[in-house]
Design a binder for this molecule. Structure first.
Ligand code: SF4
Length: 250
């Protein structure tokens, strides 16, 4: 039994010709000679891997459609009639406004025990940074700057292969710092292989006051580096000059 549903998804604007399909391949139970190819296999035969990007590119975040056999809805949290934990067993004290989920992680003060995933160099992350960063700062949690932000920043400046200025990275960090309250929360900056070559962490620690970092070998979702689509040849050449693998070679 497959928990996944391969070969068609509204994320890729694809569908099947038939309602019945093979659960292993996701192909129609009869793949018809002459079908225009509505599915991911059919579309990608013409457009290549471009077609398996969720659409529209740069405007969406994507969720998995894998139907995991166990999730949190399978558990119940049951209260107790006797005693209390973390608060006095007193109905006038154990009230909703007195709930306190503050946390200390070493020297990091958090008003709530969570932080955002790394919002990296993608357009969707860039375009929504302001709300996420200011919200996290006001609430007192942590927000992550993902990988490649300096490398993909068109206005970034480099000297001897090292980043010396990135307006986009500066914007992101300053926004959080401007709205941070009482020292709660913070910004974590990720570093992948390309960032380490650019000296991204040295730049953000020494020049932008960053104290929290995450060093990456791969990515949780992919185990290899990420990839982006570029809008024009000028950007393709710029990133090639900065050392990125650009395909096809501009
Ligand atoms: S090519 Fe057409 S018939 Fe074949 S699996 Fe895809 S949608 Fe179905």
């Amino acid at each position: 039994m497959s928990f996944s549903r391969p070969n068609f998804s509204e994320a890729t604007n694809t569908r099947l010709r038939l309602k019945d399909y093979s659960p292993f391949s996701g192909m129609c139970v009869t793949c018809l000679d002459g079908c225009p190819g509505y599915c991911e296999i059919g579309r990608s035969a013409i457009r290549g891997r471009e077609y398996i990007y969720p659409k529209p590119y740069g405007k969406v975040t994507s969720g998995s459609q894998k139907d995991y056999p166990v999730d949190f809805s399978h558990f119940n949290i049951n209260g107790t009639c006797v005693g209390a934990q973390g608060v006095a067993a007193d109905p006038d004290v154990a009230t909703f406004p007195n709930v306190d989920i503050e946390l200390r992680l070493g020297d990091i003060k958090l008003r709530a025990p969570w932080f955002t995933t790394g919002l990296g160099s993608t357009f969707i992350a860039r375009d929504n940074w302001e709300g996420v960063a200011i919200g996290s700062a006001l609430f007192g949690t942590m927000v992550g700057v993902g990988e490649n932000v300096c490398g993909v920043d068109p206005e970034a400046e480099f000297r001897n292969g090292k980043v010396i200025r990135s307006p986009e990275m500066e914007r992101r960090i300053r926004l959080f710092q401007e709205w941070q309250r009482d020292g709660y929360g913070g910004v974590i900056v990720q570093e992948n292989v390309e960032d380490s070559r650019f000296g991204t962490l040295e730049y953000v620690i020494e020049q932008l006051g960053i104290e929290f970092v995450e060093i990456k070998w791969g990515q949780g979702a992919k185990d290899i580096g990420g990839e982006i689509k570029l809008p024009d040849i000028k950007r393709a050449k710029q990133l090639k000059d900065r050392g990125y693998i650009v395909f096809p070679d501009p």
